[in-house]
Design a protein around this ligand. Structure first.
Ligand SMILES: Cc1cc2nc3c(=O)[nH]c(=O)nc-3n(C[C@H](O)[C@H](O)[C@H](O)COP(=O)(O)OP(=O)(O)OC[C@H]3O[C@@H](n4cnc5c(N)ncnc54)[C@H](O)[C@@H]3O)c2cc1C
Ligand code: FES
Length: 264
């Protein structure tokens, strides 16, 4: 883990509310594992003390990028920043995804909204190709479809308003895939990042079909380094449960360990 002043190489709109930010971070970029995140201090922001966590989307040479949605004051200020300006970053942070092995289980990646950012690096680093299920409210929420295709992955898109791909929730085509007769002949592993109800549904399917699953539990975070305990979730421990920090023990957890019954 490093703390660095990083320089903006580019910061361009992707679709509607989503932006791609490329940062020059020579030492940090080479350490990144899929599913890890960077904790970014937006220096021009008035209350710049609080950092914002973002999944690391792509790594190229001395740079890494994030794919972010403008949702509030931090990301709105970030969207106005220009190449050459600087941010403070701590990273790479957290416990990421297990990269699938060649000849192992077929990976099924499930992503909602900005969750697609966490999935791209996993798809890129995985020698075993599989299917990416991407979902959002509308067409503008479907990101990186072309990039996943370019990596040789099959992509199934869903939108709630039907403006792109199948109409409905991202878990529908996933359920259909798990139910198809040929699926009984293959072994799968699920990887998911997105809104909590989506993660819960993926966790339930994993249990129903007896498929292993890793879920990225993106909780609100303050320190990002295991000190403040704002990011905890209940995790099963023997017959009971205990709190674990999503910033250090997570954000990626084995779905069988997440204690949904005791979650807020
Ligand atoms: C591990 C992790 C990885 C993340 N990766 C990405 C990513 O790749 N791309 C991306 O766009 N966003 C990502 N997020 C969410 C991102 O951190 C928040 O959207 C951001 O902090 C909002 O900052 P803001 O100042 O613009 O919003 P604020 O003004 O602080 O809040 C505006 C709204 O955003 C909501 N919000 C704030 N923090 C979060 C959060 N952690 N999760 C969900 N909603 C939040 C608030 O509840 C509020 O409704 C990630 C979060 C975590 C914990
Ligand atoms: S954000 Fe402080 S302990 Fe996780």
């Amino acid at each position: 883990m490093l703390e660095q002043i990083v320089q903006i190489v580019s910061n361009e709109r992707d679709t509607d509310q989503y932006f791609r930010l490329v940062l020059r971070a020579p030492q940090m970029a080479s350490l990144v594992q899929p599913g890890q995140f960077a904790h970014i201090r937006i220096l021009p922001l008035k209350d710049a003390l609080l950092r914002r966590p973002f999944s690391i989307f792509q790594v190229e040479g001395e740079t890494f990028s994030i794919l972010y949605k403008t949702v509030g004051k931090g990301t709105e200020v970030l969207a106005r920043m220009r190449p050459g300006e600087e941010l403070s970053a701590i990273g790479p942070l957290g416990h990421g995804f297990t990269v699938p092995k060649q000849g192992g289980e077929t990976p099924l990646l499930v992503a909602g909204g900005y969750g697609m950012a966490a999935m791209y690096l996993l798809a890129q680093r995985s020698p075993q190709k599989g299917i990416v299920f991407v979902g959002g409210r509308r067409r503008a929420d479907i990101l990186c479809e072309k990039e996943f295709h370019a990596l040789g992955w099959e992509v199934r898109a869903t939108t709630e308003d039907g403006s792109h791909g199948e109409k409905g929730l991202v878990t529908q085509p996933l359920l259909a895939e798990l139910r198809t007769p040929h699926s009984a002949l293959r072994t799968f592993k699920l990887f998911a990042c997105g809104p909590t109800p989506m993660l819960k549904a993926v966790g339930q399917m994993a249990e129903e079909f007896n498929v292993p699953a890793e879920l990225s539990m993106d909780e609100h975070m303050c320190c990002g380094v295991g000190v403040c305990l704002t990011c905890v979730i209940p995790v099963k421990d023997g017959d009971g449960w205990e709190y674990q920090r999503t910033c250090t023990e997570g954000p990626v957890f084995d779905s069988r360990k997440v204690s949904w019954e005791t979650a807020k």
